[in-house]
Design a protein around this ligand. Structure first.
Ligand code: NAD
Length: 257
């Protein structure tokens, strides 16, 4: 398949997990990938993996909460590959695990900075580049936590509800420019983030968290990041040409349980 031949795809949070899997997926389908993350070493590993597989990629070290650095990753995409067609706005952090009355105030602000402001800044700075191409796509990473209650993850849940809200607003504002905007809502995915939540939730026995969660998931397991990447690629492709403003749950059925 080469749904993204001649397309330039920017992926944030590309050093690891879902962002790395999506970077590899887009590149395998012909895209030139601009891989963005604040962790340089692992970001370069993502680019090396793409290049070894015969794909094209360029790394930009950036903190998605800093407007000038967001502007720079879009500028670099244009300078290196000639424009931008897709933004996968995926970088995020989990914050702490704590009851809301004990939740650390600084951490609350940090989670909203990265997960909400970072997503908004990405959309804000990519719009002109997408307009220059006559349209394009934005896929934001929300979460099942954007649709249901997340006890002990108050900031994370708030931030992911906000991502879904911004996705709807952006979809309406940008539709006349031929820009579609959608969100993916993963449940539990086998990445560093879920390991961190497991360890904070049951420090004495993190594997117990995995076991309890798997029992709640009708399909009985965590998702692999590559499975989320497949949905992201679909939403960013022409096969999804009539989809905008939607939030796609990919959670093994956990929301039903
Ligand atoms: N893993 C899950 O179970 C799960 C479930 C639902 C949603 N998500 C969401 O998926 C997205 C990717 O998470 P993941 O599971 O791959 O986790 P991860 O921790 O493996 O990857 C997140 C990446 O984002 C980067 N990042 C964090 N803050 C950044 C910043 N300020 N600037 C630039 N890069 C930054 C990190 O360096 C890391 O490479 C996140 O938005 C997360 O909330 C994850």
């Amino acid at each position: 398949m080469s749904r993204f031949s001649d397309k330039v795809v920017v992926v944030t949070g590309a050093s690891a997990g879902i962002g790395r899997a999506a970077s590899l997926r887009f590149a395998s389908e012909g895209a030139s990938v601009v891989a963005v993350d604040m962790k340089e070493e692992t970001l370069n590993e993502t680019v090396a993996l793409i290049e070894t597989a015969g794909g094209k990629a360029h790394a930009v070290v950036a903190d998605v909460t800093v407007s000038s650095q967001v502007e720079n990753y879009i500028t670099q995409a244009t300078d290196v590959f000639g424009g931008v067609d897709v933004l996968f706005n995926n970088a995020g952090i989990e914050g702490h695990v704590a009851p809301l009355e004990n939740y650390d105030e600084e951490m609350f602000d940090k989670v909203l900075q990265v997960n909400v402001k970072g997503v908004w800044l990405g959309m804000r700075h990519v719009v002109d580049a997408l307009r220059l191409r006559g349209g394009g796509n934005i896929v934001n990473t929300a979460s099942g936590a954007g649709l249901m209650a997340t006890p002990t993850l108050v900031a994370y849940g708030a931030s992911k509800h906000a991502v879904i809200g911004m996705t709807k607003t952006a979809a309406i504002e940008l539709a006349p420019a031929g820009i579609r905007v959608n969100a993916v809502c993963p449940g539990v995915v086998n990445t560093r983030m879920i390991r961190s939540i497991e360890e904070m939730s049951i420090p004495e026995d993190p594997e117990e968290y995995t076991k309890m969660t798997n029992e709640r998931v009708p399909l009985g397991r965590y998702a692999e990041p590559e499975e989320i990447a497949g949905l992201v690629a679909f939403l960013a492709s022409d096969e999804a040409a009539y989809i905008t403003g939607s939030s796609y749950l990919i959670d093994g059925g956990i929301i039903l349980s």
